[in-house]
Design a protein around this ligand. Structure first.
Ligand SMILES: Cc1ncc(C[n+]2csc(CCOP(=O)(O)OP(=O)(O)O)c2C)c(N)n1
Length: 317
């Protein structure tokens, strides 16, 4: 892995972290309304996985999707404008936090339906396979979604046809307030791959290079026509399920222990320790990210809300 990629991955994680912190702040201040499921703590998964992809590869995302969309190359201005439900947002305010789609970047949509992105990504991979194209799909979902029928049906069909897809499960231990260990007997989601005869890998979801290596390996297989794989990334979300929800169901020590494994801070320390970057370089990255973020907030604040007479535009069903 060269230093350029390392620094890009660090910047990618920092962009997500600062974006999400700002959304949390603006939501608390009453500047935006709705449900916001933040990705803080899981940044290494989106960035590690998307760094293994090309622009024309596909991703599908979830209700916790800001990180995936930013990591696949989305512009912060249009992302923030969508958070504010402004007409300049990626989906002209029709998507909001949970349904951002940017087809020109291969982002086939965040999705408020748990498990909803899994068949969509599988269909995209099938389309690439049928047309003999080289595009690969990465499908992000939570461990809760791996209990849904869509997960099992999709992995079955993808394995049967050797489709070019990588299923990336972000195991953050909880589905809303339900501790997953209480509603699932298998410990590793990766073990579920065996039922479909495909590789199941476990990655440290707080280590961007570990995620990158696991997903790159799986993407290489997929591109060679060797079929799908399942990569489980063990991680944790720092905030509650959605902004404003009281944190009543997680032991405080558990939250504290995972925050101590901060993927962004850990990576900064690794870059400094290995000599891949010095403090000045990391400060410069921070400055660039904050500038991008502040510009995005100003852009969103100053953008108009959609005109009432456009309400039925962009609506296809
Ligand atoms: C089909 C469906 N069932 C239930 C819900 C309500 N719901 C929203 S998020 C969520 C938990 C999802 O957990 P997981 O897939 O692990 O993702 P995480 O929130 O941990 O990122 C549930 C049950 C929903 N949106 N869609």
């Amino acid at each position: 892995m060269d230093n350029k990629l390392r620094l890009e991955m660090y910047k990618g994680m920092l962009r997500i972290r600062r974006f999400e912190e700002k959304v949390s702040e603006l939501f608390a201040a009453g500047e935006m309304a709705g449900f916001y499921h933040l990705y803080i703590g899981q940044e290494a998964v989106a960035v590690g996985a998307c760094s293994a992809l090309n622009r024309d590869d596909y991703i599908t995302s979830t209700h916790r999707g800001h990180g995936h969309v930013l990591a696949k190359g989305a512009d912060m201005d249009k992302m923030m404008a969508e958070m504010y439900a402004k007409s300049t947002g990626y989906c002209k305010a029709r998507g909001g936090s949970m349904h951002i789609a940017v087809p020109q970047l291969g982002i086939l949509g965040a999705n408020g339906i748990v498990g909803g992105g899994i068949p969509i990504a599988t269909g995209a991979a099938m389309s690439a396979w049928l047309q003999d194209k080289k595009n690969t799909a990465v499908c992000f979902f939570g461990e809760g979604a791996s209990n849904e029928g869509t997960f099992h049906e999709s992995l079955n069909i993808a394995s049967a046809f050797n489709l070019p897809i990588v299923y990336v499960c972000e195991n953050n231990l909880y589905g809303v307030g339900t501790r997953q260990a209480n509603v699932r007997k298998v410990k590793d989601i990766a073990g579920r791959a065996a039922a479909y005869g495909i590789p199941g890998l476990v990655a440290d979801g707080n280590d961007v290079e570990d995620v990158y290596k696991a997903v790159s390996e799986a993407v290489d297989r997929a591109r060679k026509g060797e079929g799908p794989a399942l990569v489980e990334c063990k991680t944790y979300r720092w905030h509650t399920h959605f902004e404003g929800e009281p944190d009543t169901y997680r032991p405080k020590e558990e939250v504290r222990d995972w925050i101590a494994k901060d993927p962004v801070k850990k990576y900064a320390e690794k870059l400094l320790g290995s000599g891949a970057a010095d403090r000045g370089k990391l400060d410069e990255i921070e400055r660039v990210v904050l500038e991008e973020l502040n510009t995005a907030v100003e852009f969103a604040r100053n953008s108009p809300v959609p005109a009432v007479e456009t309400a039925l535009e962009e609506v296809y069903a």
